[in-house]
Design a protein around this ligand. Sequence first.
Ligand code: HGY
Ligand code: MN
Ligand code: MN
Length: 394
Amino acid sequence: MWAELLPVGRSASSGGYRRFAWNSADAEARAWFREQALKRGLTYELDRNGNQWAWLGDPAAGDAVVTGSHLDSVPDGGAFDGPLGVVSSFAALDELRARGAEFTKPLAIVNFGDEEGARFGVACIGSRLTAGVLSPKAAFELRDADGVRLPDAMEKAGYDPAAIGADTERLGRIGAFVELHVEQGRYLTAEQPVGVASAIWPHGRWRFDFHGEANHAGTTWIEDRRDPMLTFADTVLTARQRAQLAGSLATFGKVAVEPNGTNAIASLIRGWLDSRAADEETLHRVVEEIHAAAVARGEQDGVKVELTRESYTPVVDFDGPLRDRLAARLGGAPVLPTGAGHDAGILASAVPTAMLFVRNPSGVSHSPAEHAELADCLRGVEALADVLEDLACR
Ligand code: HGY
Ligand code: MN
Ligand code: MN
């Protein structure tokens, strides 16, 4: 399975993945998922929000145990973030069948669409729509960098966007959701390469628009300029400083410049701030401080600063009893929080949800250098099989 997925959407120049919602690589990954489901005799289903499901047992029976993750990537992402969870889910099912496990509950494997939000700016679109935390109206207004609307992108890929929206009936049939994911830090050790998640830090994405005035780089006197690049640069430094002081995280990783000419002062800079903290109060305070500093600096530069919150995820504390049950079943696996967002974090508001993490020796993620050792991945599959057996079998 891993070898088949590896070339899908991989850029020859960077070695990273470019699997974005509804693009051709996404379609290939989705075709792979469907094939895996059918090959195993599972009931394949596409839900109203474009998430893919593979069912063992009756999907309508209720109290289902669901596992899975996502197959899309960030721009030039690694091979593991997302796919490891999906591949491990199919592999865990194979393992359970090999063990002769007797299922007493339906089991489903899911591929949530557009987890990374690389194309339309909002993370976890598939699970957010399902859980009703993203409205169809808001989703219909989302556009990618080329101005393509989300429903048009969906339609072009052969999916019907008309029915997107909360799927409470589907969520009501789920008794537990477990997502396995590569660790995106360096907490786990070679001795204990599989851990259980305790919580997800609250996090969000804020777009800063710095409005200045386009002008000639060779003829405009310094004192006549309204250069938004200065305000942006100062804001980037402030973000790092404020986050560091608060023990939180703040990152400008994406920027768009208009008109983007070497010999023109920019008219507009758009910078996207990704900010995360252990608690919501700190997160809000840090973002407010960065915004206030940007406005103050903007006044100095003759630049107007506009702030738009594009997406937000409150703190997630995973279901305590389920978390403890998993950790115990895995012989006292380490329990750790994470700063990364996941579909599991979205589902946690509606169904008992847990996560397993598999060791990442360097901790590097959202990069082509992301890696996990085969032996650790196999331990992950075994752990997921143990957990699913505990939850879904006699
Ligand atoms: O950005 C994130 O937290 C993620 O990995 N989806
Ligand atoms: Mn990710
Ligand atoms: Mn992920």
